[in-house]
Design a protein around this ligand. Sequence first.
Ligand code: SAM
Ligand code: DTB
Ligand code: SF4
Length: 333
Amino acid sequence: MMQNEQNTGLRTDWTLEEIKDIYYKPVLELIVEAANVHKQYQATGEVQVCTLLSVKTGGCPEDCSYCPQAARFHTGVDVHKLLSQEQVLTAAQRAKDGGSTRFCMGAAWREVRDNRDFDKVLDMVKGVNEMGLEVCCTLGMVNEYQAEKLKEAGLYAYNHNLDTSEENYNNIITTRTYDDRLDTIENVRKAGISVCSGGIIGLGETDEDRIKMLHTLSTLVQHPESVPVNALVPVKGTPLQNQPLVSVWEMVRMIATARILMPKTMVRLSAGRERMSVTEQSLCFLAGANSIFTGEKLLTTPNPDFDQDKAMFELLGLNPRKSFKEETQNVCS
Ligand code: SAM
Ligand code: DTB
Ligand code: SF4
């Protein structure tokens, strides 16, 4: 019998073979299939608008080979200690005024430490939550206790990406393990925080690696409520600076497969939009993407600004998703 997430009808027992069959379909057929799933499970035409803010930039001790914020690479990123509460709330207000409903704060940390900076982040979470925005954080690894504290402060979602397949992980990052990543995701889940976890394509991984990462995500005890699909933004000074850019068809394939495997999840067209045309982005929406980051910067790299996205939404007849809209679909009732 197929294993479902209790009462949700969602499958968490996908096999690699099944995922391969989906992933390798002729791309137009794949888009149609994903669009049908999208129509069945999601409010079509609705796209979640999230804004990122790097609250602590650069100087990170990790060796993630894609990342401009790793201290060991010379990328020229502006290293900055933790921003003040006031700076964060001002940025959150700008995001809200620009039409964003989720505000995600990122820190270039390996892990959360129980120190004054964490207390400050908890205050930021409280403050942004009180503004009526969904608050998300991405701060590196967290333990159960820290996840609970974040939840108590009003954290809505936590982003922690798998980035790639378990097999390829060591080629990209050596300073932590895949299991460390999975443990954090479990801690976040246990604390009752919405899970945001996805990956990056264009790191030099194979299709098999992409399929395996999608397999891991879609066979977690519960699907992540949100899955970001990032295209590598090659940054000068990182070991991956010369990676060829991923094509829109690779993004479409990832997004469509994720949509079919995890029908109720928000699939986010994340890093890489800056160099995509509106037509290319439309293909991604058609394939089941229903969330984007907006605002002129991601964490450290450029992104289309609010006005450009507003024009795109008008052109395509897309509407921003309201905040705190029930995401309980992924939770066993
Ligand atoms: N330090 C924390 C961590 O690693 O979990 C949070 C911030 S980290 C920058 C968040 C995510 O950004 C990474 O997991 C990775 O998926 C994505 N990312 C970082 N640099 C990127 C790049 N150059 N291109 C695409 N995605 C990138
Ligand atoms: C995610 O999956 N992508 C965002 C967010 N989660 C934190 C980050 C993308 C970062 C791209 C490189 C940069 O701007 O530094
Ligand atoms: Fe540090 Fe996160 Fe960048 Fe890795 S991805 S180097 S942990 S900021």
